[in-house]
Ligand binder design. Structure first.
Ligand code: NAD
Ligand code: TYD
Length: 352
Protein backbone atom coordinates (compact mmCIF):
# COMPACT_ATOMS: atom_id res chain seq x y z
CA UNK A 1 0.00 0.00 0.00
CA UNK A 2 1.33 3.45 -0.90
CA UNK A 3 2.21 5.71 2.03
CA UNK A 4 4.06 8.96 2.64
CA UNK A 5 6.48 8.48 5.52
CA UNK A 6 8.39 11.32 7.15
CA UNK A 7 11.64 10.23 8.81
CA UNK A 8 13.38 12.96 10.83
CA UNK A 9 17.13 12.88 11.48
CA UNK A 10 17.68 10.59 8.49
CA UNK A 11 21.13 12.02 7.72
CA UNK A 12 22.45 10.99 11.13
CA UNK A 13 23.86 7.69 12.34
CA UNK A 14 20.75 5.60 13.08
CA UNK A 15 18.41 7.59 10.83
CA UNK A 16 20.52 6.87 7.74
CA UNK A 17 20.12 3.12 8.31
CA UNK A 18 16.37 3.50 8.86
CA UNK A 19 15.98 5.60 5.70
CA UNK A 20 17.98 3.06 3.63
CA UNK A 21 15.97 0.12 4.99
CA UNK A 22 12.62 1.78 4.24
CA UNK A 23 13.62 3.07 0.77
CA UNK A 24 14.87 -0.38 -0.26
CA UNK A 25 12.25 -2.54 1.44
CA UNK A 26 9.14 -0.51 0.62
CA UNK A 27 9.22 0.65 -3.02
CA UNK A 28 5.53 1.70 -2.71
CA UNK A 29 6.29 4.14 0.10
CA UNK A 30 7.52 7.67 -0.50
CA UNK A 31 10.23 8.30 2.09
CA UNK A 32 10.87 11.91 3.09
CA UNK A 33 14.05 12.49 5.07
CA UNK A 34 13.81 15.72 7.07
CA UNK A 35 17.14 16.80 8.54
CA UNK A 36 18.72 20.13 9.53
CA UNK A 37 22.22 18.81 8.70
CA UNK A 38 23.78 19.82 11.99
CA UNK A 39 27.38 18.75 12.72
CA UNK A 40 26.01 15.19 13.06
CA UNK A 41 23.99 15.11 9.84
CA UNK A 42 25.88 13.88 6.79
CA UNK A 43 24.28 13.20 3.41
CA UNK A 44 27.34 11.11 2.51
CA UNK A 45 25.63 8.47 4.70
CA UNK A 46 22.99 8.05 1.98
CA UNK A 47 24.76 8.41 -1.39
CA UNK A 48 23.77 4.86 -2.44
CA UNK A 49 20.02 5.62 -2.27
CA UNK A 50 19.83 9.36 -2.96
CA UNK A 51 18.69 8.78 -6.58
CA UNK A 52 15.92 6.34 -5.64
CA UNK A 53 12.53 7.42 -7.04
CA UNK A 54 10.82 6.87 -3.67
CA UNK A 55 13.28 9.07 -1.71
CA UNK A 56 13.17 12.83 -1.09
CA UNK A 57 15.51 14.85 1.11
CA UNK A 58 14.06 17.92 2.85
CA UNK A 59 16.46 20.25 4.63
CA UNK A 60 14.72 21.80 7.62
CA UNK A 61 14.83 22.39 11.33
CA UNK A 62 12.25 20.87 13.67
CA UNK A 63 12.59 23.85 16.02
CA UNK A 64 10.87 25.92 13.27
CA UNK A 65 7.12 25.35 13.84
CA UNK A 66 6.05 27.43 10.83
CA UNK A 67 8.27 25.43 8.50
CA UNK A 68 6.80 22.17 9.85
CA UNK A 69 3.19 23.37 9.44
CA UNK A 70 3.98 24.26 5.79
CA UNK A 71 5.67 20.91 5.17
CA UNK A 72 2.67 18.99 6.54
CA UNK A 73 0.30 21.20 4.47
CA UNK A 74 2.25 20.40 1.27
CA UNK A 75 2.45 16.63 1.81
CA UNK A 76 -0.11 14.37 3.46
CA UNK A 77 2.07 12.17 5.67
CA UNK A 78 0.67 8.84 6.85
CA UNK A 79 3.47 8.20 9.29
CA UNK A 80 6.23 10.01 11.15
CA UNK A 81 9.33 8.23 12.45
CA UNK A 82 11.07 10.79 14.64
CA UNK A 83 14.81 10.38 15.22
CA UNK A 84 16.12 13.96 14.85
CA UNK A 85 17.84 14.92 18.09
CA UNK A 86 20.92 16.23 19.75
CA UNK A 87 22.35 12.88 20.81
CA UNK A 88 25.66 13.21 22.66
CA UNK A 89 25.73 13.26 26.48
CA UNK A 90 29.03 15.20 26.68
CA UNK A 91 27.66 17.97 24.47
CA UNK A 92 24.52 18.10 26.62
CA UNK A 93 26.73 18.84 29.63
CA UNK A 94 28.36 21.83 27.91
CA UNK A 95 25.24 23.11 26.07
CA UNK A 96 21.98 21.82 27.60
CA UNK A 97 19.78 24.42 25.88
CA UNK A 98 20.50 23.00 22.40
CA UNK A 99 19.02 19.74 23.74
CA UNK A 100 15.91 21.45 25.13
CA UNK A 101 15.34 23.20 21.80
CA UNK A 102 15.73 20.25 19.41
CA UNK A 103 14.71 17.34 21.61
CA UNK A 104 11.85 18.91 23.56
CA UNK A 105 10.59 21.93 21.58
CA UNK A 106 11.34 20.24 18.23
CA UNK A 107 9.38 17.13 19.24
CA UNK A 108 6.38 19.18 20.42
CA UNK A 109 6.47 21.14 17.13
CA UNK A 110 6.39 17.86 15.22
CA UNK A 111 3.52 16.52 17.36
CA UNK A 112 1.56 19.72 16.69
CA UNK A 113 2.20 19.56 12.94
CA UNK A 114 1.00 15.92 12.82
CA UNK A 115 -2.03 16.63 15.04
CA UNK A 116 -3.06 19.72 13.06
CA UNK A 117 -2.72 18.03 9.67
CA UNK A 118 -4.43 14.77 10.68
CA UNK A 119 -7.33 16.69 12.31
CA UNK A 120 -8.60 13.69 14.26
CA UNK A 121 -8.70 11.39 11.17
CA UNK A 122 -6.20 8.98 12.71
CA UNK A 123 -7.07 5.78 10.78
CA UNK A 124 -3.85 4.44 9.20
CA UNK A 125 -1.73 7.19 10.80
CA UNK A 126 1.18 6.70 13.18
CA UNK A 127 3.63 8.92 15.11
CA UNK A 128 6.67 6.91 16.22
CA UNK A 129 9.18 8.43 18.64
CA UNK A 130 12.63 6.80 18.71
CA UNK A 131 14.11 7.18 22.19
CA UNK A 132 16.85 5.92 24.44
CA UNK A 133 17.23 3.64 27.47
CA UNK A 134 19.06 6.52 29.20
CA UNK A 135 15.65 7.93 30.30
CA UNK A 136 15.55 5.16 32.94
CA UNK A 137 18.66 6.45 34.71
CA UNK A 138 21.53 4.33 35.98
CA UNK A 139 21.52 0.73 37.28
CA UNK A 140 23.54 -0.11 40.40
CA UNK A 141 22.40 -3.65 41.21
CA UNK A 142 23.91 -6.18 38.76
CA UNK A 143 20.64 -8.20 38.79
CA UNK A 144 18.55 -5.29 37.48
CA UNK A 145 17.49 -4.52 33.91
CA UNK A 146 15.44 -1.69 32.41
CA UNK A 147 11.94 -2.90 31.51
CA UNK A 148 9.11 -0.87 29.98
CA UNK A 149 7.79 -0.42 33.55
CA UNK A 150 11.01 1.02 35.01
CA UNK A 151 10.25 4.54 36.31
CA UNK A 152 11.92 7.38 34.45
CA UNK A 153 14.96 8.76 36.29
CA UNK A 154 17.07 10.69 33.75
CA UNK A 155 20.44 11.85 35.04
CA UNK A 156 22.06 13.87 32.22
CA UNK A 157 20.74 16.90 30.33
CA UNK A 158 20.55 14.62 27.24
CA UNK A 159 18.47 11.95 28.96
CA UNK A 160 16.32 14.60 30.69
CA UNK A 161 15.49 16.11 27.29
CA UNK A 162 14.67 12.70 25.80
CA UNK A 163 12.53 11.85 28.85
CA UNK A 164 10.63 15.13 28.44
CA UNK A 165 10.02 14.41 24.75
CA UNK A 166 8.81 10.86 25.56
CA UNK A 167 6.35 12.34 28.08
CA UNK A 168 5.04 14.82 25.50
CA UNK A 169 4.54 12.05 22.94
CA UNK A 170 2.55 9.98 25.46
CA UNK A 171 0.61 13.09 26.56
CA UNK A 172 -0.46 13.74 22.93
CA UNK A 173 -1.61 10.13 22.68
CA UNK A 174 -3.57 10.42 25.91
CA UNK A 175 -4.98 13.93 25.43
CA UNK A 176 -5.63 14.18 21.69
CA UNK A 177 -5.81 10.49 20.75
CA UNK A 178 -2.77 10.80 18.50
CA UNK A 179 -1.76 7.27 17.40
CA UNK A 180 1.66 7.12 19.00
CA UNK A 181 4.25 4.43 19.65
CA UNK A 182 7.69 4.66 21.31
CA UNK A 183 10.84 2.64 21.66
CA UNK A 184 13.78 2.99 24.04
CA UNK A 185 16.98 1.46 22.73
CA UNK A 186 20.40 0.71 24.19
CA UNK A 187 23.73 2.02 22.75
CA UNK A 188 24.07 1.48 19.01
CA UNK A 189 27.29 0.90 17.04
CA UNK A 190 28.10 0.34 13.38
CA UNK A 191 28.82 2.18 10.10
CA UNK A 192 28.21 5.97 9.96
CA UNK A 193 28.66 6.32 13.73
CA UNK A 194 29.89 9.83 14.50
CA UNK A 195 33.37 9.72 16.08
CA UNK A 196 32.40 11.66 19.19
CA UNK A 197 30.94 8.39 20.57
CA UNK A 198 33.05 5.72 22.25
CA UNK A 199 33.46 3.01 19.59
CA UNK A 200 34.22 5.14 16.49
CA UNK A 201 36.38 7.52 18.54
CA UNK A 202 38.51 4.63 19.76
CA UNK A 203 38.80 3.11 16.26
CA UNK A 204 39.86 6.48 14.85
CA UNK A 205 42.39 7.16 17.61
CA UNK A 206 43.89 3.67 17.52
CA UNK A 207 44.39 3.98 13.77
CA UNK A 208 46.09 7.36 14.22
CA UNK A 209 48.15 6.40 17.29
CA UNK A 210 46.35 8.97 19.42
CA UNK A 211 45.53 8.62 23.14
CA UNK A 212 42.39 6.58 23.95
CA UNK A 213 40.54 8.68 26.56
CA UNK A 214 38.80 6.34 29.01
CA UNK A 215 36.57 8.27 31.43
CA UNK A 216 37.15 7.58 35.14
CA UNK A 217 38.23 3.98 35.73
CA UNK A 218 36.47 2.59 32.65
CA UNK A 219 34.12 0.61 34.93
CA UNK A 220 30.88 1.95 33.38
CA UNK A 221 28.78 -0.60 31.54
CA UNK A 222 26.86 -0.15 28.27
CA UNK A 223 24.64 -2.60 26.37
CA UNK A 224 25.61 -2.54 22.67
CA UNK A 225 23.38 -3.26 19.66
CA UNK A 226 24.34 -3.28 15.97
CA UNK A 227 22.64 -0.31 14.31
CA UNK A 228 21.02 -2.37 11.54
CA UNK A 229 19.33 -4.51 14.19
CA UNK A 230 17.92 -1.29 15.67
CA UNK A 231 16.69 -0.24 12.21
CA UNK A 232 15.01 -3.66 11.82
CA UNK A 233 13.35 -3.21 15.21
CA UNK A 234 12.08 0.25 14.18
CA UNK A 235 10.59 -1.25 11.00
CA UNK A 236 8.88 -3.98 13.07
CA UNK A 237 7.48 -1.55 15.65
CA UNK A 238 6.34 0.97 13.03
CA UNK A 239 4.34 -1.72 11.22
CA UNK A 240 3.29 -4.13 13.98
CA UNK A 241 3.60 -2.26 17.30
CA UNK A 242 0.40 -1.42 19.19
CA UNK A 243 -0.75 2.18 19.50
CA UNK A 244 0.21 3.75 22.82
CA UNK A 245 2.81 1.07 23.60
CA UNK A 246 6.50 1.34 24.42
CA UNK A 247 9.06 -1.26 23.36
CA UNK A 248 12.56 -1.61 24.83
CA UNK A 249 15.22 -2.63 22.30
CA UNK A 250 18.60 -4.13 23.24
CA UNK A 251 21.07 -6.84 22.47
CA UNK A 252 21.64 -8.45 25.92
CA UNK A 253 25.25 -7.46 25.32
CA UNK A 254 26.80 -5.64 28.28
CA UNK A 255 30.40 -4.47 28.23
CA UNK A 256 32.53 -2.54 30.69
CA UNK A 257 34.06 0.35 28.76
CA UNK A 258 37.63 -0.69 29.58
CA UNK A 259 37.04 -4.28 28.39
CA UNK A 260 35.50 -3.01 25.17
CA UNK A 261 38.45 -0.68 24.54
CA UNK A 262 40.84 -3.63 25.11
CA UNK A 263 38.86 -5.71 22.60
CA UNK A 264 38.97 -2.91 20.02
CA UNK A 265 42.74 -2.62 20.51
CA UNK A 266 43.12 -6.36 19.88
CA UNK A 267 41.00 -6.28 16.72
CA UNK A 268 42.76 -3.18 15.40
CA UNK A 269 46.26 -4.57 16.09
CA UNK A 270 45.32 -7.66 14.07
CA UNK A 271 43.76 -5.67 11.18
CA UNK A 272 46.60 -3.15 11.04
CA UNK A 273 49.31 -5.81 11.29
CA UNK A 274 50.66 -4.40 14.56
CA UNK A 275 52.19 -6.67 17.22
CA UNK A 276 49.54 -7.70 19.78
CA UNK A 277 49.54 -5.31 22.75
CA UNK A 278 50.63 -2.24 20.75
CA UNK A 279 47.43 -0.17 20.79
CA UNK A 280 46.52 -0.93 24.40
CA UNK A 281 49.44 1.31 25.38
CA UNK A 282 47.46 4.27 24.02
CA UNK A 283 44.82 3.94 26.77
CA UNK A 284 44.74 7.14 28.84
CA UNK A 285 42.51 7.49 31.87
CA UNK A 286 40.96 10.97 31.88
CA UNK A 287 38.67 12.93 34.22
CA UNK A 288 35.33 11.20 34.56
CA UNK A 289 32.20 12.56 32.86
CA UNK A 290 30.12 14.64 35.30
CA UNK A 291 27.22 12.56 36.63
CA UNK A 292 28.39 9.53 34.62
CA UNK A 293 25.68 6.81 34.60
CA UNK A 294 27.19 3.56 35.90
CA UNK A 295 25.31 0.91 33.95
CA UNK A 296 22.60 0.55 31.29
CA UNK A 297 21.08 -2.86 30.53
CA UNK A 298 17.89 -3.47 28.58
CA UNK A 299 15.37 -6.24 29.07
CA UNK A 300 14.19 -6.69 25.45
CA UNK A 301 11.81 -9.61 26.08
CA UNK A 302 8.64 -7.65 25.25
CA UNK A 303 9.57 -6.87 21.63
CA UNK A 304 10.96 -10.40 21.21
CA UNK A 305 7.81 -12.03 22.62
CA UNK A 306 5.13 -9.76 21.15
CA UNK A 307 6.64 -8.74 17.80
CA UNK A 308 9.09 -11.56 17.08
CA UNK A 309 12.12 -9.27 16.70
CA UNK A 310 15.55 -10.42 17.81
CA UNK A 311 19.11 -9.19 17.20
CA UNK A 312 20.61 -10.83 14.11
CA UNK A 313 24.32 -10.25 14.76
CA UNK A 314 26.62 -11.45 17.51
CA UNK A 315 28.81 -8.67 18.94
CA UNK A 316 32.08 -10.22 17.69
CA UNK A 317 30.75 -10.23 14.12
CA UNK A 318 29.21 -6.76 14.42
CA UNK A 319 32.46 -5.25 15.75
CA UNK A 320 34.50 -6.86 12.95
CA UNK A 321 32.09 -5.44 10.36
CA UNK A 322 32.22 -2.04 12.03
CA UNK A 323 36.01 -1.89 12.16
CA UNK A 324 36.19 -3.05 8.52
CA UNK A 325 33.73 -0.32 7.51
CA UNK A 326 35.74 2.43 9.23
CA UNK A 327 39.02 1.18 7.73
CA UNK A 328 37.45 1.10 4.25
CA UNK A 329 35.85 4.55 4.60
CA UNK A 330 38.78 6.73 5.54
CA UNK A 331 37.44 9.63 3.46
CA UNK A 332 34.18 9.62 5.42
CA UNK A 333 36.16 9.83 8.66
CA UNK A 334 38.46 12.58 7.34
CA UNK A 335 35.43 14.67 6.39
CA UNK A 336 33.65 14.38 9.70
CA UNK A 337 36.78 14.86 11.77
CA UNK A 338 37.48 18.28 10.27
CA UNK A 339 35.89 21.66 11.05
CA UNK A 340 33.50 22.08 13.95
CA UNK A 341 34.02 18.58 15.26
CA UNK A 342 37.77 19.02 15.58
CA UNK A 343 37.46 22.40 17.25
CA UNK A 344 34.95 20.99 19.74
CA UNK A 345 37.32 18.22 20.80
CA UNK A 346 40.34 20.52 20.93
CA UNK A 347 38.40 22.71 23.35
CA UNK A 348 37.00 19.78 25.29
CA UNK A 349 40.31 18.05 25.89
CA UNK A 350 42.36 21.24 26.31
CA UNK A 351 42.31 20.88 30.10
CA UNK A 352 42.68 17.11 30.39
P1 NAD B 1 22.91 11.58 15.44
O1 NAD B 1 23.39 12.69 16.31
O2 NAD B 1 23.91 10.73 14.70
O3 NAD B 1 21.92 12.16 14.34
C1 NAD B 1 20.93 13.11 14.65
C2 NAD B 1 20.39 13.67 13.34
O4 NAD B 1 19.38 14.65 13.67
C3 NAD B 1 21.46 14.41 12.51
O5 NAD B 1 21.36 14.02 11.16
C4 NAD B 1 21.12 15.87 12.71
O6 NAD B 1 21.47 16.68 11.59
C5 NAD B 1 19.61 15.82 12.91
N1 NAD B 1 19.11 16.97 13.67
C6 NAD B 1 19.61 17.46 14.84
N2 NAD B 1 18.93 18.56 15.22
C7 NAD B 1 17.96 18.75 14.29
C8 NAD B 1 16.92 19.69 14.14
N3 NAD B 1 16.75 20.69 15.02
N4 NAD B 1 16.08 19.59 13.08
C9 NAD B 1 16.25 18.58 12.17
N5 NAD B 1 17.23 17.67 12.24
C10 NAD B 1 18.07 17.74 13.30
O7 NAD B 1 21.98 10.69 16.37
P2 NAD B 1 21.75 9.11 16.39
O8 NAD B 1 22.78 8.49 17.25
O9 NAD B 1 21.54 8.64 15.01
O10 NAD B 1 20.37 9.05 17.18
C11 NAD B 1 19.12 9.15 16.49
C12 NAD B 1 17.99 9.03 17.49
O11 NAD B 1 18.06 7.79 18.17
C13 NAD B 1 18.03 10.12 18.57
O12 NAD B 1 16.69 10.52 18.82
C14 NAD B 1 18.62 9.41 19.77
O13 NAD B 1 18.16 9.98 20.96
C15 NAD B 1 18.10 8.01 19.57
N6 NAD B 1 18.95 6.95 20.15
C16 NAD B 1 20.28 6.90 19.87
C17 NAD B 1 21.05 5.85 20.38
C18 NAD B 1 22.52 5.72 20.07
O14 NAD B 1 23.19 4.81 20.59
N7 NAD B 1 23.09 6.55 19.20
C19 NAD B 1 20.45 4.87 21.18
C20 NAD B 1 19.08 4.96 21.44
C21 NAD B 1 18.33 5.99 20.91
P1 TYD C 1 29.03 7.33 24.48
O1 TYD C 1 29.44 6.61 23.23
O2 TYD C 1 29.20 8.81 24.54
O3 TYD C 1 27.52 6.92 24.74
P2 TYD C 1 26.58 7.17 26.07
O4 TYD C 1 27.26 8.14 26.98
O5 TYD C 1 25.34 7.74 25.48
O6 TYD C 1 26.39 5.83 26.67
O7 TYD C 1 29.82 6.71 25.69
C1 TYD C 1 29.77 5.33 25.97
C2 TYD C 1 30.53 5.08 27.24
O8 TYD C 1 31.92 5.34 27.01
C3 TYD C 1 30.15 6.00 28.38
O9 TYD C 1 30.22 5.28 29.60
C4 TYD C 1 31.20 7.10 28.36
C5 TYD C 1 32.43 6.37 27.88
N1 TYD C 1 33.38 7.16 27.07
C6 TYD C 1 34.75 7.14 27.39
O10 TYD C 1 35.19 6.50 28.35
N2 TYD C 1 35.61 7.87 26.61
C7 TYD C 1 35.17 8.60 25.53
O11 TYD C 1 36.00 9.25 24.87
C8 TYD C 1 33.77 8.58 25.21
C9 TYD C 1 33.24 9.39 24.06
C10 TYD C 1 32.92 7.85 26.01
Amino acid sequence: MSKNILITGGAGFIGSHVVRLFVQKYPDYQIYNLDALTYAGNLANLTDIEQASNYTFVKGDITDATFLEQLFAQTAFDGVIHLAAESHVDRSITDPMAFVLTNVVGTVNLLNAAKNSWKGAFEGKRFYHVSTDEVYGSLHNPEDFFTEETPYDPQSPYSASKAASDHFVRAYGNTYGLPIVLSNCSNNYGPNHFPEKLIPLMIHNIQNNKPLPVYGKGENVRDWLYVIDHARAIDTIFHDGKNGETYNIGGFNEWKNIDLVHLLCQIMDRKLGRPEGTSVQLITYVTDRAGHDLRYAIDAHKIMRELGWEPSLQFAEGLEKTVDWFLANQEWMDNVTSGHYQQYYQDMYANR
